[in-house]
Design a protein around this ligand. Structure first.
Ligand SMILES: [Zn+2]
Ligand SMILES: [Zn+2]
Length: 244
């Protein structure tokens, strides 16, 4: 016995129907997926992007999270992929969502274009750099010119690499460490940083160098914060030199 779609009258078979309707009619009346509203904040200085409470350094992580946030009904284990298109100069900001699934025993690829709402702002890192906010100073000092020439660049690269790796692990800006400023000195360099705990880790790491001779720490009271607590700035100085 032939069967027909009750809505459009098209002939349907086991393979082309879903809940007794043809696939097209069913799709036109039922919401199979629900895409959440996509609101993002875009840092105008470093181009990092925030969705929810999470900051992303690139689109891939965000695309994955959008795919995961999509809800679906009446379809089994769809394969969801998202591609973000952001081109602010040409006013393009959308997410292309592709859903591959089986409907009525047939492979179906559904495509949706969802607008991305963009708000421009400055991220915590960039606003700290702009506002010269720092809590610690890490000083690297040499008592030997030759040694300085030989290893200072390497030590700077190491410090930056460690900071990069710490920041890569977290999407919370308050759990990051940022180089707010770096100042070259005749006998070394100063880094102005915004995370005491990670600065201590850096000092511990640097002291493992065979030419590291000593570390010094000093604290100074620089003011009072908005909750009335003392604002303390900590300076670490790591000395490198030829050991006598
Ligand atoms: Zn139909
Ligand atoms: Zn930024």
């Amino acid at each position: 016995m032939k069967r027909f779609c009750p809505k459009c009258g098209k002939e349907i078979t086991e393979n082309t129907m879903i809940n007794n309707f043809c696939v097209d009619c069913y799709l036109s009346e039922h919401e199979l997926i629900k895409i959440p509203v996509i609101d993002v904040v875009f840092c105008v200085k470093c181009f990092k992007i925030k969705m929810g409470t999470k900051w992303y350094n690139n689109f891939e992580g965000m695309e994955e999270d959008i795919s995961k946030s999509i809800k679906y009904y009446d379809i089994n284990q769809p394969k969801i992929t998202t591609k973000i298109n952001i081109d602010l100069e040409n006013n393009i900001h959308n997410a292309e969502i592709t859903i591959k699934t089986i409907i009525g025993n047939q492979f179906k690829e559904l495509k949706y274009i969802e607008n991305i709402n963009i708000k421009k702002d400055t991220c915590l890192t960039c606003s700290r750099i702009a506002g010269n906010y720092y809590t610690t100073i890490l000083q690297i000092r040499f008592n030997d010119k030759k040694l300085q020439k030989l290893i200072l660049e390497k030590i700077i690269a190491e410090i930056k690499d460690i900071i990069f790796k710490i920041n890569e692990k977290t999407s919370r800006p308050s759990a990051n460490i940022n180089i707010v400023r770096e100042v070259s000195q005749k006998n070394g360099i100063d880094f102005y940083l915004d995370n005491l705990k990670y600065t201590k880790n850096l000092v511990t790491h640097l002291m493992k160098h065979k030419s590291a001779t000593e570390r010094k720490m000093s604290k100074s009271l620089v003011g009072i914060d908005k909750d009335g607590k003392d604002l303390i700035r900590t300076t670490f100085c790591v000395h490198f030199g030829n050991k006598e």
